[in-house]
Design a protein around this ligand. Structure first.
Ligand SMILES: Nc1ncnc2c1ncn2[C@@H]1O[C@H](COP(=O)(O)OP(=O)(O)OP(=O)(O)O)[C@@H](O)[C@H]1O
Ligand SMILES: [Mg+2]
Length: 311
């Protein structure tokens, strides 16, 4: 009896050990698989980040030629204004120094007054001062334009921090419209109607990228005399951002493919087909949605719905 009990005990002990070993092996395998899965997930996230960056850089490549042109124009007249001002300034300097010398000499009052009048005419002082005024205000305007372009470019390339901010959608749309104005001006009239909106809790950079892509798509869809209507409104608890164009439209077969990564009807070099799929992901991240309506030959309307930030 005792022997039987002992044998049973030993058998049970061996079995238990085997089971424990098996469990340990299995959990190690599980852990390894988990690690591998985590690594795959991490590298996928890295790839997605790189893809996102590439898409942004590709758009930036197209943009920078336009931006360079936009900046070059004000820089050109700012430079020329400064050259003119510098010449005028040296005339005024000569006049002031001559007068200063005369005033400090023992010349009589009449001589000084004559020299003053003669100098005013010779150096065209009245004209120079008026010219300075207009050159300065034109220069300030030019500098403000450059400043705005740089600010728009900065908002386009802005990397979102991990945290969501309170975003002014109108400001975000304005940035996208401005940054693309150099491309749209050759194809279309852009009409923007900004409504009064509550803020959105989200990522400025991502929303800006969505709006930029919407305008770029509309611009690529219209012929020379296109019209792009953009409006922002607050309706039924949702912020609506609408992009309407009178371009070539989207066929029924393509409607279901729009948000698929790499779906594009554009020639190589003109589109990677990532714009709408990224936009879709970004808008979902903001708990919003995108609606598309299109009629071949008539045009297309993309409407983005975003919930406002909680008060
Ligand atoms: N406003 C529009 N009018 C007509 N077709 C459009 C419009 N917007 C998008 N499409 C169609 O949807 C396709 C996918 O758009 P998406 O923005 O994803 O990529 P893309 O513009 O081709 O390339 P990318 O945005 O990466 O430069 C476009 O190639 C085009 O066929
Ligand atoms: Mg696009």
């Amino acid at each position: 009896m005792t022997e039987d009990y002992r044998a049973a005990y030993l058998r049970e002990k061996t079995l238990r050990k085997q089971a424990e070993q098996m469990l340990e092996d299995k959990s190690r395998e599980l852990y390894d698989s988990f690690r591998k899965l985590q690594q795959a997930h991490d590298s996928m996230q890295e790839n997605q980040k790189a893809l996102l960056h590439n898409e942004k850089m590709a758009s930036l490549g197209v943009l920078s030629a336009g931006v360079a042109h936009e900046i070059n124009n004000p820089i050109g007249f700012i430079y020329s204004n400064f050259c003119t001002m510098s010449e005028g300034m040296s005339d005024i300097q000569t006049f002031v120094f001559t007068m200063d010398k005369l005033v400090n000499s023992d010349a009589d009052g009449q001589k000084i007054r004559d020299a003053w009048r003669e100098g005013l005419t010779r150096y065209d002082v009245e004209y120079l001062l008026m010219d300075f005024e207009s050159l300065t205000s034109e220069t300030i305007e030019g500098l403000e334009r450059v400043k705005q372009i740089v600010a728009d470019l900065k908002s386009f390339t802005r990397e979102d921090s991990g945290e969501m901010d309170l975003v002014d959608v109108n400001e975000c749309v304005r940035g996208a419209v401005n940054i693309l104005s150099n491309q749209t001006k050759y194809h279309a009239q852009v009409h923007v109607d900004y409504g009064e909106l509550p803020k959105v809790k989200g990522y400025f950079g991502k929303l800006n990228q969505v709006f930029t892509n919407m305008i770029a798509n509309a611009n690529q869809a219209v012929d020379e005399n296109g019209d792009i209507h953009i409006s922002t409104t607050y309706n039924n608890g949702y912020i609506e951002i609408r992009f309407r164009d009178n371009g070539h439209g989207i066929s029924k077969e393509h409607m279901n493919l729009l948000f698929t990564p790499f779906f594009t009807t554009k020639p190589v070099g003109e589109g990677t087909g990532l714009g709408l799929s990224l936009s879709h992901g970004f808008i979902e991240e903001h708990n919003g949605r995108i609606k598309v309506e299109s009629e071949i030959g008539e045009g297309t309307t993309f409407t983005i719905f975003l919930p406002p930030a909680d008060d």
